[in-house]
Design a protein around this ligand. Structure first.
Ligand code: NAD
Length: 253
């Protein structure tokens, strides 16, 4: 798929990896539908995209809410006439140990709130956005591609029972969609970033970040642009389907 003039939806497009993806795609001439919770962040990303000479529109939507997501994709199709691509990038962490015990007594557990929040945004949000995007791609007769942002954590990571479940889930869903949607000319794939220097990682304690960087062969965190380039690679290469591309500097958890 050539990106010039294609309509690409980026969830979580207000900042971090989503902003880098939007700029990468804008640089290739794509039109952007940017989705997030914060209008100021969205406006900043859209402004930067428009400076590159492309159309960029913003949509405030909670990806975890079915009615909001249905409305979102109707609005995007009304505004742009079609949808060619979706990056399911919006995601959150609510880290904590599964259980903590001392002297044979359990002193804390991961709460249902921690569990449900992460499942709702990362897993349900990805499911809903992909379902509605695929429906619009089919209805408007456009070729399409869906990219889910997974994580190196998808194979299990301390303190992330909730998050790892969602990141394994979004990878598996991309495989399922690649099988189910090929008949409609829609591809699906995922990207598993390692640790990248965005708000999500920079909000960790410095000591923890240093420990992580020390365990990466390159001894540095990844850059948002390094993930963004992988997004355009998948969109542009029609034979990439169903697979997960790991962009993690050879980090293995
Ligand atoms: P970030 O926190 O900087 O940005 C996430 C964006 O998603 C924010 O703008 C936030 O407002 C938005 N968002 C959150 N909940 C939302 C909701 N319910 N509806 C709509 N938008 C919502 O994070 P990031 O580092 O840019 O991460 C982007 C994605 O990449 C996430 O899915 C994350 O799990 C994944 N990831 C990040 C890293 C990393 O090291 N930064 C590594 C692996 C995977």
């Amino acid at each position: 798929m050539e990106l010039k003039d294609k309509v690409i939806v980026v969830t979580g497009g207000g900042r971090g990896l989503g902003r880098a993806m939007a700029l990468e795609l804008a640089g290739k001439g794509a039109k952007l539908a940017l989705v997030d919770l914060n209008q100021e962040d969205l406006d900043e990303t859209a402004g930067l995209c428009m400076e590159l000479g492309v159309e960029a529109r913003t949509y405030i939507t909670n990806v975890a809410e079915e009615a909001e997501v249905e409305q979102l994709f109707s609005d995007i199709t009304r505004d742009f006439s079609t949808i060619n691509g979706l990056v399911n990038n919006a995601g959150i962490t609510r880290d904590g140990l599964f259980l903590k015990a001392k002297d044979g007594q359990v002193i804390s557990k991961m709460s249902m709130e921690q569990w449900n929040q992460v499942i709702s945004v990362n897993l349900t949000g990805t499911f809903l956005c992909a379902r509605e995007a695929a429906a619009k791609m089919i209805e408007t007769g456009s070729e399409g591609c869906i990219i889910n942002i997974s994580s190196v954590s998808r194979s299990g990571n301390m303190g992330q029972t909730n998050y790892t479940a969602t990141k394994a889930g979004v990878q598996a869903m991309a495989v399922t969609w690649s099988k189910e949607l090929a008949r409609y000319g829609i591809r699906a794939a995922s990207i598993a970033p390692g640790y990248i220097g965005t708000e999500m990682v920079m909000s960790m304690k410095e000591e923890a970040r240093e420990k992580i960087a020390a365990g990466i062969p390159a001894k540095r965190l990844g850059k948002p642009e390094e993930i963004a380039k992988t997004v355009s690679f998948i969109f542009e290469n029609d034979y990439v389907n169903g697979r997960c591309i790991e962009v993690d500097g050879a980090l293995r958890i």
